[in-house]
Design a protein around this ligand. Structure first.
Ligand SMILES: [Zn+2]
Length: 313
Protein backbone atom coordinates (compact mmCIF):
# COMPACT_ATOMS: atom_id res chain seq x y z
CA UNK A 1 0.00 0.00 0.00
CA UNK A 2 1.49 3.31 -1.07
CA UNK A 3 1.50 5.94 1.66
CA UNK A 4 0.91 9.32 0.05
CA UNK A 5 0.47 12.42 2.19
CA UNK A 6 -1.09 15.79 1.42
CA UNK A 7 -0.16 18.75 3.62
CA UNK A 8 -1.85 22.13 3.95
CA UNK A 9 0.68 24.51 5.50
CA UNK A 10 -0.77 27.71 6.95
CA UNK A 11 0.67 30.57 8.98
CA UNK A 12 -0.86 29.16 12.19
CA UNK A 13 -1.41 25.46 11.59
CA UNK A 14 -0.21 22.44 9.63
CA UNK A 15 -2.70 19.77 8.51
CA UNK A 16 -1.57 16.46 7.06
CA UNK A 17 -3.78 13.73 5.58
CA UNK A 18 -3.13 10.24 4.22
CA UNK A 19 -4.59 9.57 0.78
CA UNK A 20 -7.14 6.77 0.41
CA UNK A 21 -7.94 7.51 -3.23
CA UNK A 22 -7.54 10.13 -5.98
CA UNK A 23 -9.34 12.85 -3.95
CA UNK A 24 -10.07 11.18 -0.60
CA UNK A 25 -8.14 10.86 2.63
CA UNK A 26 -8.30 8.92 5.89
CA UNK A 27 -10.47 10.34 8.65
CA UNK A 28 -7.53 10.90 10.98
CA UNK A 29 -6.02 14.25 9.99
CA UNK A 30 -2.90 15.32 11.88
CA UNK A 31 -2.98 18.95 13.00
CA UNK A 32 -0.02 20.81 14.49
CA UNK A 33 0.71 24.44 15.25
CA UNK A 34 3.08 26.05 12.74
CA UNK A 35 6.27 27.07 14.56
CA UNK A 36 6.49 30.09 12.25
CA UNK A 37 8.55 32.28 14.60
CA UNK A 38 11.18 29.53 14.97
CA UNK A 39 12.13 29.83 11.30
CA UNK A 40 11.96 27.72 8.12
CA UNK A 41 13.96 24.71 9.36
CA UNK A 42 11.57 24.26 12.31
CA UNK A 43 8.50 24.64 10.06
CA UNK A 44 9.83 22.12 7.52
CA UNK A 45 10.73 19.70 10.31
CA UNK A 46 7.21 20.02 11.81
CA UNK A 47 5.71 19.26 8.37
CA UNK A 48 7.93 16.17 8.02
CA UNK A 49 6.89 14.96 11.49
CA UNK A 50 3.20 15.50 10.71
CA UNK A 51 3.64 13.51 7.47
CA UNK A 52 5.38 10.61 9.22
CA UNK A 53 2.76 10.66 11.97
CA UNK A 54 -0.20 10.47 9.61
CA UNK A 55 1.52 7.88 7.38
CA UNK A 56 2.62 5.70 10.31
CA UNK A 57 6.22 5.74 9.03
CA UNK A 58 8.17 7.17 6.10
CA UNK A 59 5.70 8.30 3.41
CA UNK A 60 6.14 7.35 -0.25
CA UNK A 61 5.44 10.92 -1.37
CA UNK A 62 4.22 14.30 -0.14
CA UNK A 63 2.47 17.22 -1.82
CA UNK A 64 2.34 20.42 0.20
CA UNK A 65 0.51 23.73 -0.29
CA UNK A 66 2.53 26.73 0.90
CA UNK A 67 1.02 30.21 1.40
CA UNK A 68 3.16 32.34 -0.88
CA UNK A 69 4.43 32.78 -4.43
CA UNK A 70 6.67 29.90 -5.45
CA UNK A 71 8.03 27.97 -8.40
CA UNK A 72 6.78 24.37 -8.26
CA UNK A 73 9.17 23.25 -11.00
CA UNK A 74 12.27 24.44 -9.15
CA UNK A 75 10.81 23.70 -5.70
CA UNK A 76 11.60 27.24 -4.62
CA UNK A 77 9.45 29.48 -2.40
CA UNK A 78 9.98 33.15 -3.28
CA UNK A 79 8.30 34.52 -0.13
CA UNK A 80 5.54 33.65 2.35
CA UNK A 81 4.14 36.67 4.19
CA UNK A 82 3.09 34.67 7.29
CA UNK A 83 6.21 32.50 7.45
CA UNK A 84 9.31 34.53 8.36
CA UNK A 85 12.48 33.39 6.60
CA UNK A 86 10.74 31.70 3.67
CA UNK A 87 12.61 33.91 1.21
CA UNK A 88 14.06 32.06 -1.77
CA UNK A 89 13.77 28.88 0.23
CA UNK A 90 14.43 25.50 -1.48
CA UNK A 91 11.43 24.08 0.38
CA UNK A 92 10.97 20.98 -1.78
CA UNK A 93 14.53 19.77 -1.24
CA UNK A 94 14.44 20.59 2.49
CA UNK A 95 11.17 18.71 3.08
CA UNK A 96 12.28 15.81 0.91
CA UNK A 97 15.45 15.46 3.02
CA UNK A 98 13.57 15.82 6.32
CA UNK A 99 10.80 13.35 5.41
CA UNK A 100 12.86 10.88 3.38
CA UNK A 101 10.60 10.85 0.32
CA UNK A 102 9.89 12.74 -2.92
CA UNK A 103 7.98 16.02 -2.48
CA UNK A 104 5.92 18.32 -4.71
CA UNK A 105 5.25 21.90 -3.65
CA UNK A 106 2.54 24.26 -4.85
CA UNK A 107 1.02 27.56 -3.88
CA UNK A 108 -1.83 26.93 -1.40
CA UNK A 109 -4.47 28.75 -3.50
CA UNK A 110 -3.45 26.71 -6.53
CA UNK A 111 -3.93 23.45 -4.65
CA UNK A 112 -7.27 24.70 -3.27
CA UNK A 113 -8.30 25.37 -6.87
CA UNK A 114 -7.10 21.93 -7.93
CA UNK A 115 -9.15 20.40 -5.09
CA UNK A 116 -12.27 22.33 -6.15
CA UNK A 117 -11.72 21.17 -9.71
CA UNK A 118 -11.09 17.54 -8.80
CA UNK A 119 -13.79 17.09 -6.15
CA UNK A 120 -15.78 20.31 -5.71
CA UNK A 121 -17.64 22.94 -7.67
CA UNK A 122 -15.37 22.59 -10.72
CA UNK A 123 -15.92 18.87 -11.33
CA UNK A 124 -16.09 18.19 -15.03
CA UNK A 125 -15.01 21.70 -16.08
CA UNK A 126 -12.47 21.87 -18.89
CA UNK A 127 -11.46 25.40 -17.93
CA UNK A 128 -12.01 26.17 -14.25
CA UNK A 129 -11.19 29.22 -12.14
CA UNK A 130 -11.26 29.49 -8.36
CA UNK A 131 -11.24 33.02 -6.95
CA UNK A 132 -10.51 33.24 -3.24
CA UNK A 133 -11.73 36.34 -1.45
CA UNK A 134 -10.48 36.78 2.09
CA UNK A 135 -7.89 39.14 3.58
CA UNK A 136 -6.59 39.32 0.02
CA UNK A 137 -7.77 37.98 -3.32
CA UNK A 138 -6.11 35.01 -4.99
CA UNK A 139 -7.05 32.04 -7.04
CA UNK A 140 -6.19 29.28 -9.42
CA UNK A 141 -6.74 28.43 -13.08
CA UNK A 142 -7.03 24.81 -14.23
CA UNK A 143 -7.04 24.14 -17.97
CA UNK A 144 -7.66 20.58 -19.19
CA UNK A 145 -6.56 19.26 -15.80
CA UNK A 146 -3.36 21.30 -15.75
CA UNK A 147 -2.69 23.95 -13.12
CA UNK A 148 -1.68 27.17 -14.84
CA UNK A 149 1.48 28.33 -13.08
CA UNK A 150 3.11 30.55 -15.72
CA UNK A 151 6.77 31.06 -16.60
CA UNK A 152 7.90 31.80 -13.03
CA UNK A 153 5.35 29.64 -11.25
CA UNK A 154 3.31 32.56 -9.96
CA UNK A 155 0.38 32.88 -12.40
CA UNK A 156 -3.32 33.25 -11.46
CA UNK A 157 -2.89 36.22 -9.10
CA UNK A 158 -6.27 37.59 -10.11
CA UNK A 159 -6.44 39.96 -7.12
CA UNK A 160 -3.78 42.15 -8.64
CA UNK A 161 -5.42 43.49 -11.77
CA UNK A 162 -6.08 47.20 -12.31
CA UNK A 163 -9.38 48.57 -11.16
CA UNK A 164 -9.09 52.31 -10.50
CA UNK A 165 -6.31 54.79 -11.32
CA UNK A 166 -6.59 56.47 -7.92
CA UNK A 167 -7.88 53.57 -5.80
CA UNK A 168 -6.47 52.48 -2.44
CA UNK A 169 -3.30 50.38 -2.18
CA UNK A 170 -3.60 46.62 -1.98
CA UNK A 171 -1.63 44.45 0.46
CA UNK A 172 1.28 44.42 -2.01
CA UNK A 173 1.31 48.21 -2.29
CA UNK A 174 -0.13 48.42 -5.81
CA UNK A 175 -2.21 51.55 -6.38
CA UNK A 176 -5.82 50.92 -7.40
CA UNK A 177 -5.75 47.17 -7.87
CA UNK A 178 -8.76 44.89 -7.37
CA UNK A 179 -7.61 43.56 -4.00
CA UNK A 180 -7.56 47.10 -2.55
CA UNK A 181 -11.32 47.45 -2.89
CA UNK A 182 -12.87 44.00 -3.24
CA UNK A 183 -11.01 41.94 -0.59
CA UNK A 184 -12.28 41.61 2.98
CA UNK A 185 -9.65 44.16 3.96
CA UNK A 186 -10.84 46.48 1.17
CA UNK A 187 -14.50 46.19 2.24
CA UNK A 188 -13.62 47.06 5.86
CA UNK A 189 -11.51 49.99 4.69
CA UNK A 190 -14.30 51.39 2.49
CA UNK A 191 -16.76 51.17 5.41
CA UNK A 192 -14.29 52.84 7.80
CA UNK A 193 -13.65 55.64 5.29
CA UNK A 194 -17.39 56.33 4.92
CA UNK A 195 -17.87 56.34 8.70
CA UNK A 196 -14.94 58.74 9.14
CA UNK A 197 -16.60 61.04 6.58
CA UNK A 198 -19.67 61.15 8.83
CA UNK A 199 -22.02 58.67 7.15
CA UNK A 200 -24.76 57.39 9.50
CA UNK A 201 -24.68 53.63 10.00
CA UNK A 202 -25.14 50.92 12.60
CA UNK A 203 -21.49 50.08 11.85
CA UNK A 204 -20.44 53.19 13.79
CA UNK A 205 -21.08 51.30 17.05
CA UNK A 206 -18.98 48.26 16.08
CA UNK A 207 -15.35 47.81 17.14
CA UNK A 208 -13.37 46.27 15.63
CA UNK A 209 -15.04 46.70 12.27
CA UNK A 210 -14.58 43.19 10.86
CA UNK A 211 -15.81 41.96 7.49
CA UNK A 212 -18.13 39.46 9.19
CA UNK A 213 -19.69 42.25 11.31
CA UNK A 214 -20.23 44.28 8.13
CA UNK A 215 -21.77 41.21 6.46
CA UNK A 216 -24.19 40.77 9.39
CA UNK A 217 -25.14 44.47 9.17
CA UNK A 218 -25.71 44.09 5.43
CA UNK A 219 -28.03 41.13 6.04
CA UNK A 220 -29.92 43.30 8.56
CA UNK A 221 -30.31 45.99 5.89
CA UNK A 222 -27.80 48.63 7.01
CA UNK A 223 -27.45 50.82 3.87
CA UNK A 224 -23.69 51.45 4.21
CA UNK A 225 -22.93 47.77 4.81
CA UNK A 226 -25.14 46.78 1.87
CA UNK A 227 -23.38 49.30 -0.36
CA UNK A 228 -19.77 48.34 0.46
CA UNK A 229 -20.56 44.67 -0.16
CA UNK A 230 -22.45 45.45 -3.37
CA UNK A 231 -19.62 47.68 -4.64
CA UNK A 232 -16.97 45.06 -3.89
CA UNK A 233 -19.08 42.35 -5.53
CA UNK A 234 -19.77 44.44 -8.61
CA UNK A 235 -16.07 45.15 -9.09
CA UNK A 236 -15.31 41.48 -8.50
CA UNK A 237 -18.03 40.59 -11.01
CA UNK A 238 -16.42 42.82 -13.61
CA UNK A 239 -13.11 41.05 -13.06
CA UNK A 240 -14.96 37.72 -13.47
CA UNK A 241 -16.37 39.13 -16.71
CA UNK A 242 -12.82 39.95 -17.84
CA UNK A 243 -11.73 36.39 -17.02
CA UNK A 244 -14.67 35.07 -19.04
CA UNK A 245 -13.61 37.21 -22.00
CA UNK A 246 -9.96 36.13 -21.76
CA UNK A 247 -10.18 32.44 -20.84
CA UNK A 248 -13.75 31.35 -21.62
CA UNK A 249 -14.08 29.19 -18.48
CA UNK A 250 -16.77 26.54 -17.96
CA UNK A 251 -17.01 27.44 -14.28
CA UNK A 252 -15.85 30.05 -11.78
CA UNK A 253 -16.06 29.28 -8.05
CA UNK A 254 -15.98 31.89 -5.32
CA UNK A 255 -14.14 30.77 -2.19
CA UNK A 256 -11.95 32.10 0.59
CA UNK A 257 -12.76 33.31 4.11
CA UNK A 258 -15.17 36.01 2.93
CA UNK A 259 -16.22 34.63 -0.47
CA UNK A 260 -16.99 31.23 1.00
CA UNK A 261 -19.25 32.59 3.75
CA UNK A 262 -20.93 35.62 2.14
CA UNK A 263 -22.16 34.15 -1.14
CA UNK A 264 -25.69 35.31 -0.20
CA UNK A 265 -24.48 38.92 -0.37
CA UNK A 266 -22.02 38.55 -3.24
CA UNK A 267 -23.23 36.22 -5.99
CA UNK A 268 -26.13 38.30 -7.37
CA UNK A 269 -24.10 41.53 -7.74
CA UNK A 270 -21.15 39.49 -9.05
CA UNK A 271 -23.38 38.10 -11.83
CA UNK A 272 -24.60 41.62 -12.58
CA UNK A 273 -21.01 42.89 -12.73
CA UNK A 274 -20.04 40.04 -15.06
CA UNK A 275 -22.86 40.95 -17.44
CA UNK A 276 -21.56 44.55 -17.61
CA UNK A 277 -18.42 43.56 -19.50
CA UNK A 278 -18.61 39.86 -20.32
CA UNK A 279 -19.45 38.71 -23.85
CA UNK A 280 -22.81 36.99 -24.04
CA UNK A 281 -21.80 33.64 -25.57
CA UNK A 282 -19.01 32.74 -23.10
CA UNK A 283 -21.12 34.06 -20.20
CA UNK A 284 -23.86 31.59 -21.14
CA UNK A 285 -21.35 28.74 -20.94
CA UNK A 286 -19.93 29.72 -17.56
CA UNK A 287 -21.32 28.45 -14.26
CA UNK A 288 -20.69 30.78 -11.32
CA UNK A 289 -21.19 29.69 -7.74
CA UNK A 290 -19.84 29.17 -4.29
CA UNK A 291 -16.84 26.89 -3.79
CA UNK A 292 -17.96 23.59 -2.24
CA UNK A 293 -15.05 22.36 -0.16
CA UNK A 294 -14.68 25.32 2.22
CA UNK A 295 -11.57 25.14 4.40
CA UNK A 296 -10.84 21.60 3.22
CA UNK A 297 -10.13 22.67 -0.37
CA UNK A 298 -6.38 23.04 0.24
CA UNK A 299 -6.08 19.62 1.87
CA UNK A 300 -8.20 17.89 -0.79
CA UNK A 301 -6.05 19.59 -3.44
CA UNK A 302 -2.81 18.49 -1.75
CA UNK A 303 -4.08 14.89 -1.57
CA UNK A 304 -5.22 14.97 -5.20
CA UNK A 305 -1.85 16.41 -6.21
CA UNK A 306 0.24 13.86 -4.31
CA UNK A 307 -1.72 11.02 -5.94
CA UNK A 308 -1.27 12.63 -9.34
CA UNK A 309 2.45 13.19 -8.76
CA UNK A 310 3.50 9.98 -7.03
CA UNK A 311 0.59 7.52 -7.33
CA UNK A 312 1.35 4.23 -9.05
CA UNK A 313 -1.74 4.04 -11.24
ZN1 LIG B 1 -2.21 44.47 -5.92
Amino acid sequence: MTRLVGIDLGGTSIRAALSTGPTSYAKRVVRRPTPASSGPAAVISACAEAARDVAGGTPDGIAIGIPGPLDPERGLVFAAPHLPGFENLPAREMLSEAAGCPVAIHNDSNLAGYGEWAAGMGRGARIFILVTMGTGIGGAVIIDGTLLVGSAGTAAEMGHVPWDLDGPLCGQGHPGCLEGIASGTGIARCAATALAAGEESSLGAITPLTTSAIADAARAGDPLAVRVFADAARVLGRSFGALVNILGPDAIALGGGVGGTCADLLLAPIRAGMAEIGFVAPLQHCRVGQAELGQDAGLVGAVAWVVRSFGRD
